[in-house]
Design a protein around this ligand. Structure first.
Ligand code: CU
Length: 688
């Protein structure tokens, strides 16, 4: 006879065996799992539409024949949340059962009636306004949902779960500390009981990782680091005996994709750190600027493909990966693609990470001081933006992509902001095209070295657009079977870090522009069929949904600092029965780099971030007499500097809110300066 204890063990063994057998069927949220595995229909329940990130909706009530009649169904202002100079509005709203959920740049979440726009509940994040480690604007790229909860990654590095019915916080898990340089900007991904989240901070000497949490409790299940510890796989690509890989960046600041059949989760990683100084980190520096696949349940490494070896250009892989199925040379293939900051689309086999169309390692310019990689992977096919810069007055050297630089500025295209930045790349199975937003801009790259200090910026150099240089964009359809351009629009403004888009079975690509226009384009031909002025920078990616038999297209319009577009707090929804007309156009973004506005005479104070224009010097252009002392004061919310473009002429150093520095200008001359943390922020001092 067995003793009671043995009996318990026997029962437990049987139970756990049964549990293991039954568990795969007992999904925590079978409805959401089913929706994100299948084509996108009336609801849009995850950031990229479904697990593929294709942003392709099967809805086709609005099509190429009737889209010209589209009008605003409603427009709702989100009570001023995120409507200020320091914010960008980059979130895709989610929609389920007639309710829309949207998160602003302040991590505040709103639930709206998706048919009327009426606010149902609101969650005010209360995040610390002193967060100083958001590299490039206060942003949140969106939410995930599952098990009756909404998941939001906050700039204070907390992942929060809200009750979908009430907006009340159910759990909050810190993934890291913002004071250590970590922030969350990406939309999480929910699937099969797990919430996946990346973490940002590549400009602050951090160690990138993907974190998986239990959706119900918020408990951390595992962390998979994108930078190897000593002796781990990939550590041979960092200098032996050093700890540079522990602060080497490779952050994840966009939503992963997931293939449930293969059991893999996919994402891309950001730049190496320090961004522009490779001198101390000889080697390829895995897994910076890479596409990666992990086992979705355990986080175990499966494959990687590095887009840029030993990155010294801030060539992040930043746009979300897209999964697609295709036929190449008569064979069905499982593809994965990503639009890089380099201007190329990288197309791989998602089972093993090998190129589908061909990517060749080719020799590139060398500089032993920067420890440049001998070769770089060059995809076959077309780039979507120019990859060579022209020489401009005042500069000694201009080059093409992967040109090297040291302490003398060198002009290059694409700039380190792209190409394609965080903006998603939709894919239509009808056309077989990827739709790729791009920024056309020159950067002057310089290296100046940096000492690592915990929680402070650690970039080792800078890149800024030369004064007077033109800035524009492209929107390109790339044929997924050839990686060649099917059609291309030249756009008046940069759209690689905005100008979000989505595509429908109605044959339409919807995309925003930073001047406030929202456009519908024939997905096959590229012909523009409709445009509508929303009144605010239209840079967030739109979504498509249906309520009570009526199809809607919605976009959050709140501007974007990377695009220089007008900020706001609006969400627009459009339908064929809509009645609302367009708004007055907001101020358009700059198309030439440099300070703007009138020249103020005899001014000896410059306020940084004044008048709710966070990324600004006020006045931006001043004329003074030789010997004048000018006081620069940071009155904005974020850390800023005033640093002469010819570095060494003058520099306030990074000033925190309230900080001040006086500089005496003894020598006559024309001095252009930038803010080092935000090198698109320009000023000018004319000394007579
Ligand atoms: Cu700044």
């Amino acid at each position: 006879m067995r003793r009671p204890g043995q009996q318990v063990i026997a029962v437990l063994t049987t139970l756990s065996f049964l549990f293991l057998m039954v568990h795969p069927i007992l999904a925590a949220d079978p409805e959401i799992d089913r929706m994100v595995r299948g084509p996108v229909g009336k609801d849009w329940v995850t950031n990229g539409g479904n697990l593929t990130n294709q942003r392709y909706s099967t809805l086709k009530q609005i099509d190429t024949t009737n889209v010209a009649q589209l009008k605003g169904a409603w427009m709702t202002r989100l009570k001023g949340s995120g409507a200020a100079g320091k914010y960008s509005f980059e979130a895709s709203p989610l929609v389920k059962d007639g309710i829309m959920y949207v998160v602003t740049g302040n991590d505040d979440v709103f639930a709206l009636n998706a048919k009327t726009g009426a606010i149902i509940w609101e969650y005010w994040s209360g995040i610390d306004q002193k967060i100083s480690t958001a590299c490039c604007g206060w942003v949140n790229r969106g939410l995930a949902m599952g098990e009756g909860l909404l998941f939001s990654g906050q700039l204070d590095a907390n992942l929060v779960a809200l009750n979908m019915k009430t907006g009340e916080a159910v759990w909050k898990t810190p993934l890291e500390k913002w004071e250590s340089g970590y922030t969350i900007t990406s939309a999480p991904l929910y699937y099969d009981g797990i919430v996946y989240s990346g973490i940002a901070g590549g400009e602050f000497g951090v160690r990138g990782r993907l974190t998986a949490l239990d959706a119900k409790s918020g408990a951390i299940l595992w962390r998979s680091y994108t930078l190897p510890g000593p002796g781990e796989r990939g550590s041979e690509t960092w200098p032996p005996g050093t700890d540079h890989s522990m602060r080497g960046g490779a952050t994840i600041w966009n939503t992963p994709a997931l293939d449930p059949d293969l059991g893999l989760v996919y994402f891309v990683t950001g730049n190496c750190g320090p961004d522009y100084d490779g001198s101390m980190r000889e080697g390829d520096n895995l897994y910076c600027a890479s596409m990666m696949a992990l086992k979705a349940k355990t986080g175990e490494y499966v494959w990687h493909f590095q887009q840029v070896h030993h990155d010294i250009w801030d060539y992040d892989a930043a746009s979300p990966v897209v999964l697609f199925d295709t036929v190449i040379d008569g064979k069905p293939r499982k593809g994965i693609a990503e639009a890089g900051r380099t201007g190329w689309v990288y197309i791989l086999d998602r089972t093993d990470g090998k190129p589908l169309i061909g990517i060749d390692e080719k020799p590139v310019p060398q500089d032993p001081r920067q420890k440049t990689a001998k070769t770089q992977p060059i995809p076959r096919g077309d780039a979507v933006v120019p990859q060579c810069a022209e020489l401009l007055p005042g500069y000694e050297k201009a080059g093409c992509i992967f040109e090297t630089f040291w302490e003398t500025p060198v002009l290059m295209q694409p700039s380190g902001v792209g190409g394609t930045n965080w903006s998603p790349m939709p894919y239509s199975p009808d056309t077989g095209y990827f739709y790729v937003p791009g920024t056309v801009r020159t950067s002057a790259f310089t290296r100046f070295g940096d000492k690592y200090v915990h929680g402070l910026r650690y970039t080792g150099g800078s890149q800024s657009a030369p004064i007077g240089s033109p800035m524009s964009g492209t929107f390109t359809a790339i044929d997924s079977t050839t990686n060649k351009i099917a059609w291309q629009h030249k756009t008046p403004y940069r759209i690689g870090g905005g100008g979000g888009s989505s595509v429908t079975a109605g044959g339409l690509v919807f995309r925003g522009e930073p001047d406030g226009n929202f456009l519908a384009i024939d997905a096959k031909s590229g012909k523009e069929l409709w445009r509508f002025q929303t009144g605010f920078g239209a840079d967030a990616p739109p979504v498509i949904y249906e309520v009570d038999g009526e199809q809607y297209v919605a976009i959050a319009t709140g501007g974007n600092q990377l695009q220089g577009s007008a900020y706001g707090d609006a969400v627009w929804a459009f339908s064929l029965k809509g009645q609302l007309g367009p708004l007055w156009p907001p101020p358009p973004p700059a198309t030439v780099a440099g300070p703007t506005g009138p020249i103020a005479a005899s001014v000896d104070t410059v306020r940084i971030g004044a008048g709710n224009v966070e990324y600004s010097f006020g006045p931006s252009r001043i004329r003074i007499k030789a010997g004048t002392t000018v006081t620069f004061t940071n009155v904005g919310d974020l850390p800023h500097s005033a640093t002469s473009m010819d570095r060494g002429k003058f520099d306030t150093g990074v000033l925190i809110k309230g900080g001040s520095k006086a500089i005496t200008f003894a020598q006559p001359g024309n001095y252009f300066y930038i803010c080092l943390p935000h090198p698109w922020q320009y000023g000018q001092v004319i000394v007579e």
